[in-house]
Design a protein around this ligand. Structure first.
Ligand SMILES: [Zn+2]
Ligand SMILES: [Zn+2]
Length: 62
């Protein structure tokens, strides 16, 4: 998660607060929610990693 993230990419709730489980899961799974607006992202996994697209904020890669 970046310092500018407002929302947790795993659970979609405010990034403030406790997300230890989410942080552990984030090492295994791509984010499901946009860190800037908490919209559900369209996630595609490929052999090189993953891509997650927010309709507002564009694509994230991992
Ligand atoms: Zn979370
Ligand atoms: Zn977004």
């Amino acid at each position: 998660m970046t310092a500018s993230a407002l929302y947790c990419g795993q659970c979609g709730k405010s990034a403030r607060g406790e997300h230890a489980d989410c942080a552990a899961r984030a090492t295994l799974e791509p984010p499901r929610y946009c860190p800037e607006c908490a919209r559900r992202m369209v996630v595609q996994v490929d052999p090189m990693g993953w891509r997650a697209a927010c309709s507002r904020h564009g694509e994230l890669r991992g």
